[in-house]
Design a protein around this ligand. Structure first.
Ligand code: ADP
Length: 292
């Protein structure tokens, strides 16, 4: 009787009392019932696990969907505002050019038009980067940090004030590192362009330094600048979508949001330290996606 399923044992006790004395011929039948109870219990446990899993998946999918919906709302709101603002100013300036009194005034309006067009271009690029990170599949390749960082600097060469900021790079990593180079390029470009955008003209030598160092299962990337810094009260939110940490911020407020999304997609983590008037440092850890 010991070998029987507990539920069956209970039924036998109920029926025959503490020391069941049932006919021996019944044993095979009881064994069959016991096996059936066992298999029922296993199926029930499996069903419970599946239900637990699917309700967790549903909950996660719902949370993700809510987040995406909120993002979409802000995206539509901010996109229409941020695309229209420079466009409206370009249209106004074009009207002014028509009635400009002299060449000097015209040149001034043209410079303002150029600046608005550049702002528009940066914003559209940010949206393209955002969409790329969301949609494109992760493409793992060996990363050449030196070439990649060089490419980012080159791309940002014509940014306003880029020539005022000294660029330093230190790569202390010898093991082959695998990740998604396109996403990594977006990530680094965003961090470097912020260091240029928010450089401190009062600093003795405005600079941005990139340090790549090898870790056990990946790399640490440090992007450090001596720019204007970020007030403590904004530290929590700088990675939020469309968050600008100062009223003088000229960007779309989406750059660091994209950076954090990229880091998440690549399975890493990111943190920031910053002090107003001193500078800002971003620490990024990315795992090596090498396939052994
Ligand atoms: P933006 O397009 O406005 O630069 P980001 O998402 O890249 O947006 O950054 C969010 C805000 O954080 C910026 O508006 C700026 O105020 C602040 N910030 C980001 N990086 C730096 C930095 N290196 N130095 C100073 N402030 C920064």
């Amino acid at each position: 009787m010991d070998q029987f399923n507990n539920k069956l044992k209970r039924l036998l006790w109920l029926h025959f009392g503490e020391n069941p004395d049932y006919p021996k011929e019944c044993e095979p039948l009881f064994q069959m019932i016991s096996d059936a109870f066992d298999s029922d219990e296993q199926e029930y446990a499996l069903l419970n696990r599946i239900m637990d899993l699917s309700s967790k998946e549903l909950f996660d999918a719902n949370t993700e969907l809510r987040k995406r919906n909120q993002e979409l709302d802000s995206l539509v709101y901010t996109t229409t505002h941020d695309l229209r603002a420079p466009l409206t100013s370009i249209l106004g300036l074009l009207d002014l050019i028509e009635i400009a009194l002299n060449e000097e005034e015209k040149a001034d309006f043209l410079a303002k038009i150029k600046s608005s067009a550049i702002q528009l271009d940066y914003f559209i690029r940010d949206i393209v980067d955002y969409t790329h990170n969301k949609k494109a599949s992760v493409l793992i390749q060996e990363v050449d940090f030196e070439a990649l960082i060089e490419k980012c600097f080159k791309k940002l060469e014509f940014m306003r004030n880029a020539s005022h900021v000294k660029k330093q790079v230190s790569i202390q990593s010898t093991t082959a590192f695998y990740s998604d180079p396109k996403r990594l390029e977006n990530l680094l470009s965003n961090l470097i362009s912020n260091s240029i955008k928010y450089y401190n003209p009062k600093a003795e030598e405005p600079a941005v330094e990139l340090i790549v160092s090898e870790q056990e299962n990946g790399v640490n990337i440090v992007c450090q600048d001596n720019g204007i810094g970020i007030k403590k009260e904004h530290h929590e939110q700088v990675f939020d979508m469309f968050y600008r940490a100062s009223s003088t911020s000229k960007g779309s407020g989406i750059g660091l949001y994209i950076v954090r999304e990229i880091v998440e997609k690549l399975g890493g983590n990111i943190s920031m330290t910053s002090e107003l008037g001193i500078g800002t440092t971003f620490h990024v850890f990315l795992p090596n996606k090498v396939t052994r």
